[in-house]
Design a protein. Structure first.
Length: 367
C-alpha cells in the first residue's frame, strides 16, 4: 500500500489544444490519483488552457523556459527535478526529449522515459532538419522507450530496438463512453451549422499548421462540391495558418460551405454531426482524432502518410499525389455507422490502458 501518490514529471512543450496535450490529459483523468499523480512542466509561452483542470486533479504546474533556449531550459528542469525529488521523468516531446532527459540524467533521476508521438516530413524546412538531427540523440539519456504506435516507434528508435521488444507501445486511448454516437447531438449540431438532412458533412479536427495540410483539404472539398453542391466542411482548432486557410477558402469560392468553428470543447458532438472524417496530413504518429472519429462510427479518408495501424477499420488511405477529385469521390462514397468495431473499443479503452501505465509507474518508482 502506497502512503502517498508517486509523482510523475510529465514534460510537455507548448500546451495549447493539440493532440499530445489531449492524450496526456486523457491519461491524467483516468489514472488513480491516490496512487499516481501527474505534474506538468510546460513552456512558459503556452496559453495552457488545461492548467485549472490539472490543478483540480491534484497536479502541480511548472512554467519553464522554452527548449529553444536549451541552457536555461536544462538548468530550470534540473533544479526542479532535484527540489521535488522525482524518480520518474516522462518526456512527451518526441525528438526534443533529449533536452529534458539530459536534465533528468544530470539530476540523477533513475527512470527517464522518452515518448514519441510523431514522425516528420521534409516540407517543414528547418523543423524537419532539426528533427532528423536530434533523432539519433532522442533516446540517449532514456532508460525506457515509449511510442504511440509501431510506426512512430520505428521512426525514432529504429527497427533493432523495436524488434527486440525494448519499446513499449502505449495507445492513444480515449474515454470511449464520451465518443459514442448520439442522435440528439447530431440533430443539434447539424441545425447549428445549417446542414439539411441530405447534406454531406465532412469533418476535420486539428490545429491549423503545416502538418495537417489544410490547403489540400480545401481543394478536395472544392472538388466535392462539384458532385455534392450542398456539402459542408467543418473545421475546428486554432493555429498559425488559420487566417491563411480562411483566405484560401474565399479564394477558392467555397467559403459559404466551410464552417470555421474555432476551439471547441465538444468534439464528441461534432463527430456525431459529421458523415465522414478527412485527414490529409503530411505525417502523423497515431492520430487520436481518428480513434475518436472511428469510435463515433465515422469512416475516415486519410493520406498514405498517416499510420496504417488503424486500417483494419473503416479507413481509406489515398496518396497525396492523387488529384483532389479522387479524394472527393472517396468522401462522397463513404458511409457512417452508429456503432464502433469491438476490436477498436478493446484496443483504445482509456480505463484499461491507464491501468497499464499506472502499473508501469508503480513498478519502476523508487520509493
Amino acid at each position: 500500500m502506497i502512503a502517498s501518490p508517486v509523482r510523475i514529471a510529465q514534460i510537455m512543450g507548448i500546451m495549447e489544444n493539440g493532440g499530445v496535450e489531449a492524450i496526456v490529459m486523457n491519461y491524467d483523468r483516468a489514472i488513480d490519483h491516490d496512487r499516481v499523480q501527474f505534474d506538468f512542466f510546460v513552456d512558459e509561452t503556452s496559453s495552457f488552457p488545461q492548467r485549472a483542470e490539472i490543478e483540480s486533479l491534484g497536479g502541480r504546474c511548472y512554467l519553464v523556459p522554452s527548449y529553444a533556449h536549451p541552457i536555461r531550459y536544462i538548468r530550470a528542469l534540473k533544479r526542479l527535478f532535484r527540489e521535488n525529488e522525482y524518480t520518474i521523468v516522462h518526456a512527451q516531446i518526441n525528438t526534443m526529449s533529449v533536452f529534458p532527459l539530459f536534465a533528468a540524467w544530470l539530476a540523477r533521476v533513475p527512470v527517464r522515459i522518452c515518448h514519441n508521438h510523431s514522425t516528420s516530413h521534409r516540407g517543414e524546412g528547418f523543423k524537419s532538419i532539426l528533427k532528423l538531427l536530434l533523432r539519433p540523440f532522442a533516446k540517449l539519456f532514456a532508460t525506457h522507450y515509449f511510442a504511440c504506435g509501431d510506426t512512430a516507434a520505428r521512426w525514432i528508435y529504429g527497427a533493432r530496438l523495436v524488434d527486440a521488444g525494448r519499446v513499449s507501445v502505449l495507445p492513444n486511448a480515449i474515454d470511449l463512453s464520451r465518443f459514442h454516437f448520439s442522435p440528439e447531438a447530431r440533430a443539434a449540431v447539424r441545425a447549428e451549422i445549417g446542414a439539411e438532412s441530405d447534406t454531406l458533412v465532412v469533418g476535420h479536427i486539428g490545429r491549423f499548421m503545416f502538418q495537417k495540410n489544410h490547403a489540400f483539404l480545401l481543394k478536395i472539398f472544392q472538388s466535392l462540391l462539384a458532385i455534392r453542391p450542398n456539402a459542408l466542411l467543418i473545421l475546428t482548432g486554432e493555429g498559425e495558418l488559420l487566417a491563411e486557410t480562411q483566405a484560401l477558402a474565399t479564394t477558392l469560392g467555397i467559403e459559404r460551405n466551410v464552417r470555421f468553428l474555432g476551439v471547441r470543447r465538444d468534439a464528441e458532438r461534432l463527430y456525431a454531426a459529421m458523415d465522414v472524417f478527412c485527414l490529409p496530413s503530411y505525417y502523423e504518429g497515431l492520430p487520436v482524432v481518428m480513434v475518436e472519429a472511428l469510435t463515433n462510427g465515422l469512416s475516415c479518408v486519410v493520406s498514405d502518410q498517416v499510420t496504417r495501424e488503424l486500417n483494419e477499420f473503416a479507413v481509406t488511405q489515398l496518396s497525396l499525389d492523387e488529384a483532389p477529385a479522387v479524394w472527393a469521390r472517396a468522401l462522397a462514397a463513404a458511409t457512417r455507422s452508429e456503432t464502433a468495431p469491438e476490436a477498436l473499443l478493446a484496443r483504445f479503452d482509456i480505463r484499461q490502458t491507464a491501468k497499464q501505465l499506472e502499473a508501469f509507474y508503480l513498478k519502476h518508482a523508487v520509493l
